[in-house]
Design a protein around this ligand. Structure first.
Ligand SMILES: Nc1nc2c(c(=O)[nH]1)N[C@H]1C(S)=C(S)[C@@H](COP(=O)(O)O)O[C@H]1N2
Ligand SMILES: [Mo]
Length: 379
């Protein structure tokens, strides 16, 4: 028997066709577009240099954009699988005979190769990041960001090439005729696909939408942590249990040659303010708490640092990418930006950053540094 590569006509499912492909493709394109835009926001918010400062208001802005990012990315997973199943027979299509059609065909196939590769990489690495599983060596943020540009570029080419076909597909009504043997109809396939995306959304949205928590099986960190806020990294995991509870803990505030050193009692003796602010993790989960402590701007005033100074926030944690963060000038100057000592009316839990942590409005969770020991304004 001779083995032969399959040809498109060997794939006989009548579920395939422009009517189903155009619809699933459009939904997938919307998810990718939303994911791309919200991803740009998140990337920008985490940049140290911001030509235009990331705004501090609304306080819940990042919570919404990053929640949408993870929800639209998760919804894209079943859509991408169905889309690939609908079109993969075309992989076996022979190249066209007329040489003048070759360049367009090459562009089309090349863009699809880039789109599929980067799309699969983005969804897989994003899900793995949300599950805090990093089996790779590279920087997640930089690689995910670079792949996003590849994907969106290839997606625009793909849409350009296929626009006429997409129009045709939407003009055709998906029929309800079952496949051979009483299987799914085209409309049934679309409904099932939409339902799968809906389930994926419900299963992750509880990360950030409180009342959905009960149904969200995939809501990774939706369990109530101490003081009603989930924990990302515990004090034990960060290796700070001893230093954070030591008698000689001090917060240093430094501006040029001026340094003041404050014990937790000293910090408690400063004017205390309470703000309702969310912790919004890049992984998509978020939770709002009532945080209490002195304002960062009041602390800067103690050393005579100008308002709107950029502040380096340094924690007791000795290693790890999130041990320190940069607080941009507009965040440092905002009245709602606190060095929190308490959460929900109780002293901060050790795992939430005792003795002191930064909490600022509209700031990615990853920058809300815990176990803070030094605020430094470069002179
Ligand atoms: N020092 C330090 N601060 C940190 C982290 C960390 O690993 N080390 N994790 C950050 C991340 S990714 C998030 S989402 C928030 C979570 O705060 P929580 O654990 O109090 O909810 O803390 C941030 N602050
Ligand atoms: Mo996070």
């Amino acid at each position: 028997m001779k083995l032969r590569a399959p040809a498109p006509e060997h794939f006989t499912s009548r579920l395939r066709g422009v009517a189903t492909t155009a619809r699933v493709g459009t939904w997938l394109g919307i998810c990718f577009g939303l994911c791309f835009l919200t991803g740009l926001v998140s990337h920008y918010a985490q940049n140290v240099d911001q030509p235009v400062p990331f705004p501090t208001s609304p306080a819940w802005g990042y919570q919404v954009t990053q929640g949408l990012h993870v929800i639209s990315g998760t919804a894209a997973v079943p859509l991408l699988l169905v889309k690939l199943w609908l079109v993969y027979p075309r992989l076996f299509q022979r190249p066209p005979r007329e040489p003048r059609r070759l360049p367009l065909e090459a562009l089309e196939r090349g863009s699809i190769a880039v789109l599929v590769a980067s799309g699969v990489f983005l969804l897989a690495s994003g899900l793995m990041n949300a599950a805090q599983w990093y089996p790779w060596e590279f920087s997640f943020r930089r690689t995910h960001y670079a792949a996003a540009w590849l994907a969106i570029g290839a997606l625009l080419v793909h849409i350009g090439v296929k626009l006429a076909l997409v129009r045709e597909g939407w003009a055709e009504r998906p029929d309800t005729e079952p496949t051979e043997g009483g299987g799914l109809s085209r409309r049934g396939l679309l409904r099932t696909t939409a339902a799968a995306a809906g389930v994926a959304v419900l299963a992750t949205a509880g990360n950030t939408v409180g009342w959905l928590r009960e149904v969200s099986a995939f809501a990774v960190r939706s369990g109530e942590g101490p003081q009603g806020v989930p924990i990302n990294k515990s004090a034990a995991a960060a290796g700070v249990t001893e230093t954070a509870t030591a008698e000689d803990y001090r917060l240093e505030v430094a501006y040029g040659a001026t340094t003041v050193s404050l014990s937790r009692e000293d910090l408690l003796a400063l004017p205390q303010h309470t703000e309702e602010l969310p912790i919004a993790c890049v992984e998509g989960w978020s939770a709002t708490g009532a945080w209490t402590g002195p304002r960062v701007r009041d602390l800067l005033e103690l050393v005579g640092a100008p308002a709107e100074s950029t502040v380096e926030v340094i924690s007791l944690q000795e290693s790890g990418p999130f041990r320190a963060s940069t607080l941009q000038g507009n965040f440092a100057a905002d009245d709602r930006t606190l060095l929190a000592l308490a959460l929900a009316g109780e002293p901060l839990d050790l795992d939430h950053g005792y003795p002191a942590r930064v909490i600022a409005p509209n700031r990615p969770g990853v920058l809300q540094t815990k176990w803070v020991t030094r605020l430094e304004v470069p002179a």
